[in-house]
Write a protein that binds this ligand. Structure first.
Ligand code: GDP
Ligand code: MN
Length: 377
């Protein structure tokens, strides 16, 4: 789960990490009020959207007076940044920058620990630094039993700073950021850039955090900040109905019983040159209501051109599934072609029941996926 910069900065403040103060604004009036409150001529107007690279997209602008501030606020509100429409900005006190650094904690699966990443190449696209000059990024795996004691934090800070006064400030920030990272079940806590001001203060002027979705049940405050995208709303709705659904964006809707078979189905679609629109495991049941719900979910996706139903009858019998499907499709009116592959217990009886229906029947997975890909094209 992602949160906005202003929300991440609020958490930073709770943990004592120095930031440049600011106010959230939904419109120009808010911005005028915030400008007064900040009591600084130079401010920065920052789009608040769930994506990085706002600066490059024109969503971060410095202003030196009220007129500029108003203009930037007016321009940035409503802006489209990588498909996200800006509905609020952060008006923050601008700081003078002597140097920009990159700092983050992520989860590293190889070392099974938090990983502190540091670079003197801050402010820019870190992916680009990692790609072109990987040696400019330092990585320190944090032993969870040891955490971030003073010596380790200072050792890390010396990778970015030479002056001991600056090292102390940075070390303290790393320790606080680590504490916050662990305590909030974050999967990313990033400061890009962490800056050094001309009067030698180390300050976080950007803040990015994402959280482990599976830990949100014990992070009440953070889970309240969840702002689902349209796709996430759909996924949530599916979850509440007992499905396991992930939107993928292709044009072949998949309805499968069992997660393993669902994965294999997606692989097969790819193999035959198609693109699955989703992962959907409807579980082991032939219940028509479930099939109806699942079909509604798939057909609500405008990109879906074909639906591929792939059922393996184990304990569930194929003839029951076939009856369930026939029952369900009495209530669903759709022109979308539907390919069904039934196999397993009572498959002959199952297929017999579906003969003469509008479905495209297939016996093997290969046959079914080929058919679905063909129809989608
Ligand atoms: P991002 O592009 O989404 O990562 O947004 P950032 O908050 O990192 O801002 C992008 C860039 O704008 C930073 O790397 C800085 O160079 C610049 N910037 C942001 N805030 C300030 C500020 O207060 N003062 C100055 N001088 N530059 C800033
Ligand atoms: Mn940034």
């Amino acid at each position: 789960m992602k949160i906005h910069e202003y929300q991440a900065k609020e958490i930073f403040v709770q943990y004592g990490i120095p930031i440049n103060p600011g106010y959230l604004c939904h419109n120009i009036d808010d911005a005028i009020w915030a400008y007064e409150k900040l009591d600084s001529d130079l401010v920065v107007v920052k789009a608040q959207v769930h994506t990085g690279g706002r600066g490059k997209a024109g969503g971060v602008k410095l202003a030196k007076d009220t007129i500029e501030m108003r203009n930037h606020t007016a321009n940035i509100l409503g802006m489209d940044i990588k498909g996200y429409i800006v509905d609020r900005v952060l008006l923050a006190k601008a700081v003078d920058i002597e140097n920009e650094y990159y700092v983050s904690f992520v989860i590293d699966r190889n070392t099974k620990s938090a990983l502190l990443m540091l670079s003197k190449e801050g402010g820019v696209d870190i992916e680009e630094v990692a790609h072109k000059t990987p040696d400019k990024i330092h990585k320190i795996a944090i032993d969870p039993a040891v955490g971030m004691p003073d010596y380790l934090a200072r050792q890390a800070a010396f990778l970015l700073f030479d002056d001991i006064m600056q090292v102390r400030q940075a070390a303290s920030i790393f320790q606080k950021l680590y504490k916050l990272f662990i305590e909030t079940d974050a999967s990313l806590a990033e400061i890009n850039p962490l800056i050094l001001t001309p009067d030698k203060k180390v300050v976080a002027i950007d803040a990015k955090m994402t959280f482990d979705d599976n830990a949100l049940y014990r992070q009440k405050k953070i889970s309240e900040l969840f702002e689902p995208t349209e796709e996430e709303k759909k996924e949530q709705k599916a979850k509440s109905k007992g499905f396991s659904y992930v939107h993928l964006g292709g044009d072949i809707g998949c309805m499968v019983n069992g997660a393993g078979l669902a994965m294999a189905t997606m692989d097969m679609i790819k193999l035959y040159g198609g693109t699955p629109s989703n992962f959907l495991d409807i579980g082991g049941s032939s219940n028509p209501t479930k099939v109806i719900e699942a079909m509604k979910l798939l057909l609500s996706d405008k990109d879906v051109k074909v639906v591929l139903i792939n059922i393996f009858g184990g304990i569930t019998r194929c003839d029951d599934v076939a009856r369930g499907l026939l029952e369900a499709f009495k209530q669903i009116d759709t022109d979308t072609p539907i390919v069904i592959r039934l196999t397993g217990t009572n498959e002959v009886e199952g297929r017999e029941l579906l003969k003469g229906s509008k479905f495209h029947l297939a016996e093997t997975m290969g046959e079914a996926t080929r058919k679905a890909v063909e129809l989608a094209q």
